[in-house]
Design a protein around this ligand. Structure first.
Ligand code: ADP
Length: 549
């Protein structure tokens, strides 16, 4: 049972100013007005702007939504777009006027896009011009969408069959660049993001103004002086994925310069962006950083400004952390979370006694320690919370003011995802050691169960990618008559190298328990990925089942 909250015996005498997103942009425009926002696109000159202009244009957009599109508070307005200033204007304009910003991942499969636009009942979709060909063939299946706004000027407006298509610049043109944002109840919904749904339909996570601001405060505090008005932040993580891990809120809160790089993320372009804009802080998934490392190594390059690199989404390999920390002098912070948790629940700052080489690297392979504001337990199979002893494992449950209490319009998913006593079931299997370091052993659905014991696919993969010829690895459990499942490993060779399956097996031996050593290693040209850039184990299992009959 969830305990009822009682009315205060004596209410505090402090102002009840709501925590709302518009206050962030008002603050940034007033106190950090000339701090830059840079948008880079290959082939175009960089677009340079600042927080003052961001607020002015967000205000124009809010007026346009209200007066020209008749969007009402609570309506969903979708974005289908890459990381750009215009996308950021939508973050502030839509949420600021009390409507809900629904960010959609353009890399999702067509049926998922159709499902989530219809499920969310989006009234308008704002999309980048290069994504028009992706939505055009789907538009007939999106009857609720009243119009499409292309994120460009009139001159760049593509010819399109999308109904009621207008250019963004024309939509906002001529409207006042100032606004008195409405006063909102801080529990008002602000944005909506669907989890990619590796199983079943995607599920909608509906953030509130309050959850967003509290998460931004917690995040700002976590970087330990590495964020702030002297920071230059480049979110490699997309604005369509879990609010770009909160960076679009944290940066204006602290007056950090923001840089949006080209979405195609070629490592050379990314390195160039870091250097040209003197980026100090960045965040993204390990795949991006592994590619960047390869590029740096090959070209013997160094960073002149980068200090902090946030990583999450999947467990980063030890070898990657070591290379950034030791060879390139960049502090790596491994954070764990998910769309449902805004997303940060942990942060990877080691305790002072562990923050020395070489053990620092080992501590950073853990998924960090719990942030204030999040409560965490690990629940054993038997329904009993497990001790934090580093060996007892179970599913992580979390609760707190920036953790989802349910899924948007989806009672079944809510019933599955939230426990009777009010915790979010994360589906991640973990251990927590006596110092509080969380180690993600697996996702519940990826764990390999062999002879009644668990084998961590993540651990096998991380050891495999430490092999000098291996670029990427994925382990899955395949059915076995005696052991119920046995691990099989798939590896991809680094560019210009060849990998030998036997060598990978030999490399694993001695580094894991004997019975963890995979029955088979397959060298493949590439691994299947999900729309969020993670290896799709489901596809891999299907391919394997089809190939082996
Ligand atoms: P999905 O991948 O389902 O679309 P998310 O992007 O929300 O959803 O991913 C959340 C999941 O990513 C977590 O449940 C966890 O399995 C994994 N994850 C996130 N951060 C880390 C990390 N630092 N280490 C290991 N796994 C992580």
């Amino acid at each position: 049972m969830i305990a009822e909250r009682s009315a205060p015996a004596l209410a505090g005498l402090m102002m009840d100013r709501s925590l709302q997103i518009s206050r962030l942009i008002d603050h940034a425009a007033t106190w950090h007005g000339d701090v830059e926002i840079v948008t880079q696109r290959t082939g175009d000159p960089d677009r340079r702007s600042n927080y003052r202009e961001l607020r002015a244009r967000s205000a124009q957009l809010a007026h346009a939504l209200h007066e020209r599109l008749h969007v009402a508070p609570g309506d969903r307005v979708a974005t289908f777009a890459w990381n750009t200033q215009r996308h950021l204007e939508l973050y502030y304009g839509v949420s600021g006027m009390g409507a809900v910003l629904h960010t959609i991942n353009p890399r999702l499969f067509a049926p998922q896009i159709v499902y989530i636009v219809n499920h969310a009942r989006d009234r308008f979709v704002f999309l980048d011009a290069d994504l028009v060909p992706v939505l055009e063939p789907l538009a007939d299946q999106l009857p609720g969408v009243e119009g499409y706004v292309i994120l460009c000027g009139e001159a760049e407006m593509p010819v399109t069959t999308l109904r009621n298509a207008v250019a963004y610049e024309s939509l906002i043109a001529g409207l006042p660049d100032d606004i008195a944002w409405p006063e909102l109840d801080e529990r008002t919904a602000s944005s909506l993001c669907y989890t990619s749904g590796t199983t079943g339909n995607p599920k909608g996570v509906l953030y509130s103004h309050r959850s967003t601001l509290l998460h931004a405060f917690a995040q700002a505090a976590s970087w330990q002086a590495g964020s702030g008005s002297q920071a230059v932040v480049l979110p490699v993580v997309p604005l369509f994925h879990a609010n770009a891990w909160g960076l679009p809120y944290m940066a204006p809160m602290q007056g950090s310069k923001l840089v949006f790089a080209d979405p195609h993320l070629d490592p050379a372009a990314l390195y160039d962006a870091f250097e040209r804009e003197q980026v100090t802080l960045t965040c993204g998934v390990p795949t991006i950083w592994l590619r960047l490392l390869e590029y740096l190594d090959r070209n013997e390059l160094r960073f002149s400004s980068l200090k902090l690199l946030g990583v999450g989404g999947t467990a980063p390999p030890r070898s990657m952390i070591e290379a950034f920390e030791v060879k390139y002098g960049v502090t790596v912070l491994n954070a764990w979370g998910m769309t449902e948790t805004s997303p940060a629940c942990t942060f990877g700052t080691p305790k002072p006694e562990h923050d020395v080489l070489p053990q620092r690297i080992d501590y950073k392979t853990h998924a960090g320690r719990c942030l204030f504001g999040v409560e965490m337990r690990i629940m054993g199979d038997d329904g009993v919370p497990q001790p934090f002893d580093g060996t007892s494992q179970g599913e992580i449950h979390v609760r707190g003011p920036w953790i989802a209490s349910g899924y948007f319009d989806d009672e079944d998913a809510t019933a599955r995802g939230i426990t009777d006593d009010g915790w979010l079931r994360t589906g991640d299997i973990a251990t927590i050691d006596p110092d509080g370091y969380v180690t993600i052993r697996d996702r519940a659905k990826d764990v390999i169960k062999s002879g009644g014991e668990w084998i961590s696919s993540i651990e096998l993969e991380n050891i495999a990618v430490a092999h000098p010829d291996v670029a990427e690895a994925a382990a899955i459990g395949v059915p076995h008559p005696t052991w119920s499942e046995r691990p099989v490993l798939f590896v991809v060779a680094k560019q210009g190298r060849t990998v030998d399956a036997a060598a990978v097996l030999a490399f694993l031996e001695g580094k894991v328990a004997k019975w963890w050593v995979p029955d088979d290693v397959h060298v493949v040209a590439e691994l299947p990925h999900t729309a969020t850039g993670k290896v799709s184990k489901r596809t891999l299992r299907e391919h394997y089942a089809a190939a082996t009959g």
